[in-house]
Write a protein that binds this ligand. Structure first.
Ligand SMILES: CC(C)(COP(=O)(O)OP(=O)(O)OC[C@H]1O[C@@H](n2cnc3c(N)ncnc32)[C@H](O)[C@@H]1OP(=O)(O)O)[C@@H](O)C(=O)NCCC(=O)NCCS
Length: 162
């Protein structure tokens, strides 16, 4: 598996990837029922501003298939970043999400951010558990019912297994 920054050419990999992401996983990622991800949204996900955001894609080297993606967008204060993650549904539970999250956290630290945070639906217990194992603190989202906010102060990142 290859882990590298997401590039505009990767738009071509999205249809095959999303074909193997269940509607439920799309809802957990985008917080809304979605039959399919529009070209406009893919375009937006691909064309991020590298000054204020980063995204990493996991690719199966043999087939060139996209396996998962994690992104981090800096808040305007330049001290915090908001992440989001999606893994090909049939590959869930094999450590890919963990790897992507660790990579994103390491890059956020290198970049000098103070915290990373994300919104997670309250029923997304596997993501909440993974975040807690990664050292994130979890609170209710004060603005959105049924949503939790997970935050990791980057000066508190525990030593994590690979
Ligand atoms: C949430 C999501 C990213 C997790 O990815 P994943 O590849 O299934 O996760 P992993 O296999 O890495 O982790 C699963 C488990 O192994 C643990 N784990 C994995 N690798 C580990 C390691 N090396 N050491 C310790 N624990 C590890 C995780 O903590 C987790 O524990 P659990 O199974 O007891 O809950 C994935 O399910 C997904 O894409 N879901 C839909 C979108 C979504 O929910 N996004 C989050 C909101 S933005």
């Amino acid at each position: 598996m290859l882990l590298r920054p997401l590039m505009p050419e990767d738009a071509a990999l999205y249809p095959d990837f999303l074909a193997e992401v269940t509607a439920e996983d799309l809802r957990l990622r985008f917080f809304a029922p979605m039959r399919e991800v529009s070209h406009e949204l893919i375009d937006k996900l691909i064309h991020y501003d590298p000054q204020h955001a980063m995204a990493f894609i996991a690719i199966e080297e043999a087939s060139g298939k996209m396996l998962g993606v994690v992104r981090l967008h800096d808040d305007p204060d330049g001290e915090r970043g908001e992440f989001a993650i999606l893994v090909r549904s049939r590959l869930k539970g094999r450590g890919l999400g963990w790897l992507l999250m660790k990579h994103m956290i390491a890059n956020a630290k290198d970049k000098g951010l103070k915290t990373v945070h994300g919104q997670v639906l309250a029923e997304n217990s596997s993501m909440l558990l993974m975040c807690s194992e990664l050292g994130f603190h979890t609170v209710e989202d004060p603005d959105e019912r049924g949503v939790k906010v997970v935050t990791l102060p980057l000066n508190e990142v525990p030593a994590l297994p690979d």
